[in-house]
Design a protein around this ligand. Structure first.
Ligand code: SF4
Length: 81
């Protein structure tokens, strides 16, 4: 599996840096619909497209090691904020 997992979700580009993720699961706690722990103990996407935008951004922003980055449709980075 590559070090990066990336999705386009309602105008947002969301990237998990699997090399940075330390697997504490804060993002999963925040949104089990969007994220889950893979068998290697590192997070992967589930179905982020089904999650309300504000909740999704909050789940991305909660990461203590900034392993999740989000850009808006203009290419501006909005997470980490
Ligand atoms: S909050 Fe960050 S470090 Fe924790 S599981 Fe999610 S991506 Fe990994």
């Amino acid at each position: 599996m590559s070090d990066f997992d990336e999705r386009e979700v309602s105008g947002l580009r969301i990237r998990i840096d699997r090399g940075l993720c330390v697997g504490f699961g804060d993002c999963v706690t925040e949104s089990v619909e969007a994220f889950k722990m893979a068998e290697d103990g590192i997070v992967v996407f589930v179905a982020p497209q089904g999650v309300d935008r504000e909740r999704l951004l909050a789940a991305c922003d909660v990461c203590p090691v900034d392993a999740i980055t989000v850009w808006d449709a203009t290419g501006r980075q909005i997470v980490p904020s």
